[in-house]
Design a protein around this ligand. Structure first.
Ligand code: DGY
Length: 323
């Protein structure tokens, strides 16, 4: 029996690549260079499955070609706004993602950013490494307390809930939630969280705001200048969701003006480009999209992709089908 032809667009953890090679006629990308759009478009005519990541844009124009062979896009990652799922579905292509397995590590990183921005950890480390630390003094590099403060979470899916568990359980924070749909009362109760009706109602209540909603066109500039102005003076924004959710120019302006107390960002609208205005913004911690970057999670994400492919090619509905 011929094995499905599978294209992996980036280098994956070795254990997962070995598992893929056992099951499929797989083409790997050991050089790990992002594939050009034309290459991916051509691959749609050559492979039964393509395994993209957030660095591969699969817009509607990609699917506008004759002779498509690909039947499934098994995305490595939970966010799939880089794939036009409607256009894929219109060509009979299934799309899957990798939820659950990255919730803990992404929430850990969101909490890392929150703590780093609150306690000026990036700034402190830079000062020490530059040889500029003159010793302990009562007024040196004063940050803001985290324990007992109010955290607003926008988007209360699995990662948002994992963030709430850390904030509430680890730091005794009050948690307020804004979510598109009503969150089940028992879920709110588990996290000791309260749901508010709108982002406008949430922002003025919070010392920290952490974004956990999907990206894509529907949430582009969800936090625009008007909404950023509703945040408490000195509040800190954390974004481990998608860069496009925040108007980066407006955020940078609020940080430079000292209106906001800081920001912790892991994602950017035009990755890997980071706007100069953010690079120079005060008390802003910037990480290179590391949310799910632990060995355990990256392997688990790969195994989740394999489970989806196994189901799909065996004629069963893949667990994580999103289109
Ligand atoms: C995710 O899983 O969505 C990560 O951000 C990588 O795409």
């Amino acid at each position: 029996m011929t094995r499905p032809r599978v294209l992996v667009t980036r280098a994956w953890p070795e254990t997962v690549e070995a598992e893929l090679a056992r099951r499929f006629d797989v083409t790997l990308n050991p050089a790990d260079a992002a594939l050009a759009p034309e290459r991916i478009r051509a691959a749609l005519g050559e492979y039964d499955a393509i395994l993209p990541t957030v660095t591969d844009r699969l817009g509607a124009e990609m699917f506008d070609r004759p002779g498509i062979r690909t039947r499934i896009l098994a995305n490595y990652g939970v966010g799939f706004a880089h794939i036009d799922t409607a256009a894929a579905a219109a060509r009979g292509i299934a799309v899957t993602n990798t939820p659950d397995v990255l919730s803990d590590c992404t929430a850990d990183l969101a909490m890392t950013l929150l703590l780093m921005a609150a306690r000026r950890a990036g700034e402190g480390e830079r000062e020490l490494r530059a040889g500029e630390w003159t010793g302990w003094r009562p007024t040196h590099m004063i940050g803001t307390k985290v324990s007992g403060k109010t955290l607003g979470i926008i988007g209360f899916g699995r990662i948002g809930q994992a963030m709430a568990a850390r904030a509430k359980g680890g730091f005794g924070m009050r948690v307020l939630v804004q979510n598109r749909s009503a969150v089940a009362p028992e879920v709110l109760e588990t996290h000791g969280a309260g749901q508010v009706a709108s982002i406008e109602a949430l922002l003025p209540e919070c010392d920290f705001v952490s974004l956990h909603c999907p990206g894509g066109a529907e949430n582009r500039n969800l936090l625009d200048a008007r909404r950023l102005a509703l945040m408490r003076p000195g509040a800190i924004l954390v974004n481990t969701a998608r860069g496009e959710v925040v108007d980066e120019a407006a955020l940078a302006a609020a940080l430079h003006a000292g209106r906001l107390g800081g920001a912790g960002l892991d994602v950017y609208a035009g990755e890997p480009r980071v706007p100069d205005a953010l690079l120079t913004a005060p008390n802003t911690v910037l990480l290179p999209h590391l949310g799910s970057a632990t060995r355990e999670t990256r392997e688990a994400m790969g195994m989740r992709v394999i489970a989806n492919l196994d189901d799909f090619f065996a004629g069963r509905p893949p667990h994580d089908r999103v289109a």
